[in-house]
Ligand binder design. Structure first.
Ligand code: C2O
Ligand code: CU
Ligand code: CU
Length: 487
């Protein structure tokens, strides 16, 4: 097995001799990696974090950032940096309208920052990349949880170090529930299953290998779901709700079932879609989340179905098209429903409401020097914590027109663009209206090389200083990120 940057990515680099030669040299380096059997480990479900205190309005949590040794690959120990020393971190379950106050204590030797991805969060709790928690220190984050029921995640956001910190394990889920959703009788409890997908590279002794390939992309050939490689999950002949998060640093996925049956998507990052959408495959770039319902009553007891990644091995940097396997092991009655009407909360933002349209060009270029590296910019500039690139007024609707421009038409990688504070709607992709399953509330939109995407959003959460950035974490760190201020 070898670790590699995609062939298509290399072709994209072809003309940029300096960068390409270094990339080729990197690719030639065989990562000696233990062979990992597939579908041996059972799917673990990340533990739900219990509050240390609750009162009439608020739940209080304590989380420490700790180094720990865990068994990810059979028989080997891997050092991780984890929330509560776990990989992935414990899940926080929040109720819409109840505030969560989370006190984070950094017991690591590196600086950390915590960001609730998808949260509508006051600026001082949002995890601005320079608001570091120093080793030994604590910081308290307040989350009002006023947004819709949705699958969020929290992860590290330290300036220039997010990629490494997340790769080492600093990520966990944060699920908001609300009454409208609870009324729907969707699968719940043990049938409401989170799947945190991450790819990692390991060395022969089981340690994580964090290699950014000259700041292009940190990838690995081993796919982990909820922290274990290619797990299997025993299911009954009934419906399951799967909350799927691509928490990889730099690996875009395309999900499909080996049975060829469609996936029924019910939610985007910002919660339920207006109605379920049946899809033969679902693209899922870094930081995107989808929720799907799979009805295993269409499969006989004793059968198996594999959740696949259809992005070719080269493009995604992974060795196999498999992610995990569902083993249908027992019959079971099912009294849950998949309503044809899921939510009335996804009214389109009228374009006419926008008071401003701004252009943002996401582009990379090689940085000369030894060794050469790639650098990533927005509108030609690197991240500057002291300079806002946009200043939307509180309450305004804006349209942001995002371009993924290749360098000299050559250097091109996907940029999943994430905007803090807001949920947005994709109103146009390359001049066309978005597909049905892309019309929901989103916080991250994947933009391929050469593409341009228009998003619309209303800045009515909070005033203050936020960021938007590429969610390829190596691009973010080097330094495809920009500050914006809601004024
Ligand atoms: Cu998922 Cu700015 O982050
Ligand atoms: Cu975010
Ligand atoms: Cu990018």
């Amino acid at each position: 097995m070898r670790q590699r940057i995609s062939r298509r990515e290399l072709l994209a680099l072809g003309g940029t001799a300096v960068l390409a030669s270094s990339a080729v040299r990197d690719v030639a380096v065989e990562a000696r990696r233990p062979t990992v059997p597939k579908f041996r480990s059972r799917l673990p479900i990340p533990a739900i974090l219990q509050p240390v205190k609750t009162d009439a309005t608020t739940d209080y949590y304590d989380i420490s950032h700790r180094e720990a040794e865990v068994e990810i690959l059979p028989g080997l120990r891997t050092t991780i940096w984890g929330y509560e020393g776990r990989f992935p971190g414990p899940t926080i379950e929040a109720r819409r309208g109840r505030t969560a106050v989370v006190r984070h204590t950094n017991r690591l030797r590196v600086h950390t920052v915590v960001h609730l991805h998808g949260g509508v969060t006051p600026a001082d709790s949002d995890g601005f990349p320079t608001d570091m928690i120093l080793p030994g220190a604590s910081r308290t984050y307040t989350y009002p949880n006023e947004g819709r029921a949705a699958t969020l995640w929290y992860h590290d956001h330290a300036m220039d170090a997010t990629g490494k910190n997340v790769y080492m394990g600093l990520a966990g889920l944060y699920i908001i529930r609300d009454d409208a959703e609870s009324a729907l009788n969707l699968p719940r409890g043990a049938y409401d299953v989170p799947l945190v997908i991450q790819d990692r590279a390991f060395d022969a002794r089981g340690a994580f290998v964090y290699d950014t390939f000259r700041q292009l992309a940190a990838k690995g050939g081993t796919i982990l779901v909820n922290g274990v490689p290619w797990p299997r999950f025993e299911v009954a002949t009934r419906k399951y709700r799967l909350r799927i998060a691509n928490a990889s640093n730099a690996t875009p996925l395309r999900l499909a079932l080996s049975s060829g049956l469609p996936l029924v998507q019910i939610a985007t990052e910002g919660g339920l879609l207006p109605r379920p959408v049946r899809l033969s495959s679902i693209p899922l770039a870094m930081a995107e989340r989808v929720e799907v319902v799979i009805d295993f009553s269409t499969y006989p007891v004793g059968s198996t179905v594999v959740l696949q990644n259809l992005n070719d091995a080269n493009l995604s940097g992974v060795m196999s098209p498999e992610i995990m396997r569902f083993d249908v092991v027992r019959p079971e009655a099912d009294d849950t429903a998949l309503p044809e009407r899921l939510s009335d909360d996804v009214r389109p933002i009228p374009v006419s409401a926008a008071v401003r349209t701004s252009e943002f060009v996401f582009a990379g270029r090689p940085m000369l020097g030894l060794p050469p590296r790639s650098m990533w910019h927005i509108n030609g500039r690197r991240f500057d914590a002291d300079r806002a690139i946009a200043t939307p007024r509180f309450g305004d609707v804006e349209i942001w027109h995002i371009h993924n421009r290749r360098w000299l038409g050559l250097l091109g990688l996907v940029h999943p663009v994430h905007v803090h504070l807001v949920n947005f709607q994709v109103i146009e992709r390359n001049g066309q209206p978005p597909l049905a399953h892309k019309t929901g509330w989103k916080d991250t939109v994947s933009v391929d090389p050469g593409e341009d995407v228009k998003i619309a959003m209303r800045f009515d959460g909070f005033h203050g200083r936020y960021v938007m950035h590429c969610h390829n974490l190596e691009h973010e760190d080097h330094s495809m990120m920009a500050r914006f201020d809601v004024v």
